[in-house]
Design a protein around this ligand. Sequence first.
Ligand code: FAD
Length: 286
Amino acid sequence: MTLPPFDLHRPQSLEEATELADLYGEDAVFYCGGTELLLLLKLGFASFGHLIDLKGVEELGGVRTDDGALVIGAAVTHREIEHSDLVRERLPALARMERRVANLRVREVGTLGGNICFSDPHSDPATFLLVVDAEVEHRRGGEVARRTPISDFVVGPYQTSLGEGEVLTSLRIPELPRGASVAHAKFAFHERPTATVACLVRVADGEVVEARVAVGSVGARPVRAAAAERVLNGAPAEEIDSGVLAEAGERAAEAAAPVDDSTGSAEYKAQLVRVLVERTFREAVA
Ligand SMILES: Cc1cc2nc3c(=O)[nH]c(=O)nc-3n(C[C@H](O)[C@H](O)[C@H](O)COP(=O)(O)OP(=O)(O)OC[C@H]3O[C@@H](n4cnc5c(N)ncnc54)[C@H](O)[C@@H]3O)c2cc1C
């Protein structure tokens, strides 16, 4: 596998990146770590004469807080998130999730923004970000940024709602509600996850006052499982009935609409979801 020839551009600002994208049109593509894009080019699944490397665009870097939200630049790598003191302090479950993405080589260069923009149905971050109500910030150079809830941004396999020539600039994660805790679990036997579940649980006086359940990697796109959330809401947190958890797992498996693919049959994935819902709920409560 060899890479076909292309011209490489390294803009230092979003305005410059947009100008390049406009200039070369459909023959140009943005990239960050290249872990997905370069593979596609090598396999001959895509072909572009101009690659626009976004890593030099300063506003796509860094992890910070803004108005209570945790803001992660689109070009921040999985490994940087895993090791970020701010992420570990504000949302340790995110750092733990990132530690389980891919392998060290991919985590070292692959970015959170690249993962979300590629919109591979087998994505851990896309599922995790659903449960924390993350927003995606995106813009074209010269224009003001737009914000889209992650649930509307990831629209299907390899499809997002990113506009023509727009760049994903950052992910915003609002402060968790007081008393809330998040857990993520996945199952994988190939490189990509076969099933991913994230669960947020908020407990008050021993009772679940808010449960959020997201399921991904099993169907066309990650989803929130509202019916499963309704089953868990109001349940006793520590001494939850196993039947209630089984019911929540069942509802989550239905919502996820698993499909047969190379990572497993739909029924097998549904069973993984049932198991992972119970596991993540118990972990979040603990
Ligand atoms: C071996 C392997 C194992 C993996 N395992 C997992 C796993 O366990 N869990 C998981 O969730 N993922 C997994 N992945 C996916 C991995 O997380 C992604 O490959 C990585 O995050 C993509 O980031 P990147 O910067 O390399 O993207 P790139 O390859 O640079 O870009 C990907 C796509 O997004 C576009 N793009 C990138 N950044 C932007 C931006 N800021 N604005 C607009 N468009 C942009 C590009 O045009 C391209 O189409 C795996 C990948 C590999 C290769």
